[in-house]
Design a protein around this ligand. Structure first.
Ligand code: FAD
Length: 310
């Protein structure tokens, strides 16, 4: 059995595995896709102390970092079920899609999240070529350019306010007949001179010149008219879905499906910790996930000490 078994091979899971292995305890990491969201990311410029890197490059450094230690890396394996130990200090069991099962004294859940997509033609083709999902990450790339933000909830309106300070013009496109963001954010948004708001707007297509995005096509749902908005960037802000469906009923989740953690990464189940985008942590970023992964691993070690298992 493992002392610490990490589920997820993104930056959160990798940090947890390194911190745990450095305690000299039996550590494993099981991941459906080692690297996680980093595999879909191009330029990264906000990982502190690394001025510029690219997603796949960072994944290979992370993997090298993990493999420097005695960590059992199980890639391309999906976990389908967590069976928490019935007695304190007992073994938790993780069932894999392959039919195998793994046992561990503690577990760190770092299964990350995925952005909800518009599912319109051109979105995938121009992903990272104008279609973006993270304003904190990619906002500066659109300095002085025209962008749209899709989604009028809190994250969409926050993104539009944030981007308005960097880009030339922001068009916020909301499907509904009203914005759903908090009133204070809506007020702030409406006070900005370089923001326009489109209500009843259904995005139907991302257009480009083969290299980069050139326009967003949307239909005005009240009139049925089609509009073509010339721009350079589209930020999709219609939800971040945590990869936690398989944990429902086992660990406490928020109403958005995020694993509820305290400041130590402790979940509702003793001996089970969590980190990164899958949790209630307010900011979903690489550097935040790495910090949370380290915290969760240290908490797992602390738990093992207190239950006299190390
Ligand atoms: P993830 O990276 O999502 O990794 C989750 C891991 O869990 C994966 O290995 C996955 O395969 C695995 N997994 C999931 N479910 C299971 C299961 N049931 N069984 C086994 N394994 C499972 N952040 C920045 O700070 N800077 C940026 O520039 C930046 N750009 C981004 C660009 C894009 C296009 C995207 C999508 C995200 C970007 N982010 C950026 C966000 C950043 O990638 C995430 O915050 C970070 O990857 C979260 O790390 P994580 O370890 O929590 O989860």
């Amino acid at each position: 059995a493992f002392d610490v078994l990490v589920v997820g091979g993104g930056p959160g899971g990798a940090a947890a595995a390194v911190y745990s292995a450095r305690k000299g305890i039996a550590t494993g990491i099981v991941a459906e896709r080692f690297g996680g969201q980093l595999l879909d990311t191009m330029g990264i410029e906000n990982l502190i102390a690394v001025t510029h890197t690219e997603g796949p490059k960072l994944v290979s450094v992370l993997e090298q970092n993990v493999r420097e230690y005695d960590v059992d890396v199980m890639n391309l394996q999906r976990v389908e079920q967590l069976l928490p130990s019935s007695e304190p200090g007992g073994l938790h069991e993780l069932k894999l899609a392959s039919g195998a099962s793994l046992r561990s004294r503690t577990v760190v859940l770092a299964t990350g999240a995925r952005w909800r997509q518009m599912n319109v033609p051109g979105e995938n083709q121009y992903r990272n070529k104008g279609v973006a999902y993270c304003p904190h990450c990619d906002g500066p790339l659109f300095k002085g350019k025209r962008v749209a933000v899709i989604g009028g909830g809190n994250s969409g309106v926050e993104a539009a306010i944030d981007l308005a300070g960097i880009v030339a013009h922001v068009t916020l496109v909301e499907f509904d007949s009203k914005l759903r963001a908090d009133e204070v954010l809506q007020r702030k948004l409406r006070s900005l001179s370089n923001v326009s708001i489109v209500l009843n707007g259904q995005s139907t297509e991302v257009r480009g010149d083969g290299q980069r995005v050139t326009a967003l096509v949307y239909t005005d749902r009240s009139s049925g008219d089609e509009h073509v908005l010339a721009l350079e960037g589209i930020f999709v802000q219609i939800g971040l879905l945590p990869n936690t469906e398989w944990l429902k009923g086992t660990v406490a989740l928020s109403d958005r499906g995020e694993i509820i953690v305290d400041e130590r990464g402790q979940t509702s189940v003793p001996g089970v910790f969590a980190a990164g985008d899958a949790t209630t942590v307010p900011y979903k970023q690489i550097v935040v996930a790495m910090g949370a992964g380290s915290t969760a691993a240290l908490s797992a070690f602390d738990h093992l000490m207190r239950t006299s298992q190390v």
